[in-house]
Design a protein around this ligand. Structure first.
Ligand code: HEM
Length: 449
């Protein structure tokens, strides 16, 4: 087997970086068409990235030995944001311990209460939407998912503090959305007006805002996720350090809202863009929920709505690739890849494999009504030992927000071509957002709901 890397574009790494940042979908498609299912991309200052477009090689990575496939090292660029003790950054036993702890927070025990928060905040968003005005709903979805995760984590005892935290986090993420977190060379202080200086200042402000909240919950735990974190103990029975709790909190806040907001934006634009698909979703909601408030116990019966979400995340995954840095050589396809290379299951390309998804460019929720695809062919939440910790939470949130919107806020979308991809940091979002108009005929809430 050759020990060379698979072929890839001969462009300078800076040109590849430009295409990767600003034309990601077309760049991946062009490389795939030219070089096949395994191709190598090069970005300045980064390990070579071997992109994997087929579920066979993706399976080998997701089921391979985590000791030599380091996702934490591959995520190193976001370490300044989430902190060095974040589950995203750790590898090995430390990662497993932290992951187990976070998974225990999303155990379904709190699902009904969290569902109630999700619906109430969605209804509040709908009430605030202007009527008969065309607007981009994406920023409102962004603000909604941030409120949902902030309230879920911190509870609602002190709304002004929660609001302050949400604003701080938004400012920090906006700053991080410049290529700052994607280009290592920008992660240094080059003067007072440079993005890195501003980013560090906001990061310090966020830490200062979190510290008293952590101390408060240590003294008087409530029933929110922060309280569960501060009362959790490690394997030696010791409480988590304040630094560990800070990194866990920021990880959940960062990982848990922009992703969901973009997935909602894609799904909404696809569902509103197809009258038949939308009508079927509305009919299902009418049959299962009627005019009552949408609650967690309804969700399993909303099969079509679930298929609409699954298919939107197939066609337009919000995280289009996940990386693993090889610490030992790995045979893959016709190659033996050397240590030091990053292998990258390419979610966007894998989801467009015509062998598994006939007419892959079509938005067709029916695909998800039959047998679910294999986890190596459908991977919007990544896979293996690193699969998304918040998957169940995110799917519940998407169904509740989308269902409530369809139920309560008759929206019309401006007809037009399907939106192209715009990168917002690491997340792929619909360029131009979701242009909608809310009609004045909104369904009133049932008295007492
Ligand atoms: C539609 C929404 C979401 C999508 C598409 C998504 C997708 C992903 C993906 C692709 C990964 C990387 C997996 C891998 O490397 O194989 C990931 C990891 C992660 N996600 Fe999500 N995510 C979403 C929502 C959430 C939410 C709501 C939370 C928490 C509240 C969350 C927390 C995390 C964490 C902590 C990790 C790191 C897991 C680890 O490294 O072990 N995500 N997510």
């Amino acid at each position: 087997m050759p020990t060379t890397l698979p072929p890839g574009p001969p462009l300078p790494s800076v040109a590849q970086l430009f295409l990767w940042l600003y034309r990601p979908a077309r760049f991946f498609e062009a490389c795939h068409a030219r070089y096949g299912d395994l191709f190598t991309m090069r970005l300045p200052g980064n390990a070579p990235r071997v992109m994997l477009a087929r579920h066979e090689e993706i399976r080998a990575v997701f089921t391979g030995d985590a000791a030599s496939l380091h996702a934490g090292a591959a995520n190193a660029l976001v370490a300044p944001l989430v902190g060095p003790r974040s589950v995203l950054i750790l590898d090995g036993p430390a990662h497993q311990r932290q992951r187990r702890l976070l998974l225990s927070l999303f155990n379904g025990r709190n699902a009904a209460r969290q569902g109630e928060t999700m619906r109430a905040l969605t209804e509040a968003m709908i009430q605030a939407l202007p009527v008969e005005v065309e607007l981009d709903l994406a920023p409102a979805l962004q603000a909604l998912t941030l409120r949902i995760i902030v309230v879920t984590i911190f509870g609602v005892e002190d709304p002004s503090r929660v609001q302050a935290l949400a604003s701080l986090l938004t400012a920090l993420l906006e700053q991080a959305k410049s290529p700052l977190l994607l280009v290592p060379v920008l992660q240094r202080d080059l003067g007072p007006l440079t993005p890195w200086r501003g980013f560090q200042r906001l990061n310090a402000d966020l830490d200062a805002a979190l510290r008293p909240l952590i101390a408060q919950r240590r003294d008087a735990p409530g029933d929110d996720l922060l309280s569960q974190l501060v009362t959790a103990t490690d394997e030696r029975g010791q409480p988590l350090s304040a630094g560990q709790i800070r990194d866990d909190l920021v990880t959940l806040l960062v990982a848990g809202h922009e992703t969901t907001a973009s997935a909602l934006a894609w799904t909404l634009s696809l569902v509103l863009g197809d009258a038949e698909i939308r009508a079927r979703a509305e009919a299902e909601l009418e049959e299962v929920v009627g005019q009552a408030p949408l609650e967690v116990h309804h969700l399993d019966s909303l099969v079509w709505l679930g298929a609409c979400i699954d298919e939107a995340m197939r066609l337009s995954p919000v995280l289009a690739h996940v990386g693993r840095l090889l610490t030992a050589p790995m045979p893959l396809g016709a190659y033996t890849l050397p240590a030091g290379v990053m292998v990258v299951p390419n979610i966007y390309l894998a989801h467009r494999d015509p062998r598994l998804y006939p007419e892959p460019d079509r938005y067709e929720p029916r695909r998800f009504l039959a047998r679910p695809p294999s986890p190596h062919a459908y991977l919007p939440f990544g896979g293996g030992a690193r699969r998304c910790v918040g998957m169940t939470f995110a799917l519940q949130e998407m169904k509740i927000v989308l269902g409530t919107l369809l139920q309560r806020a008759p929206l019309t979308a401006r007809p037009g071509p399907r939106p192209s991809v715009r990168r917002r940091g690491v997340v792929w979002a619909p360029a131009g957002g979701v242009r909608v108009r809310r009609s004045s005929a909104s369904m009133p809430l049932k008295p007492g709901s």
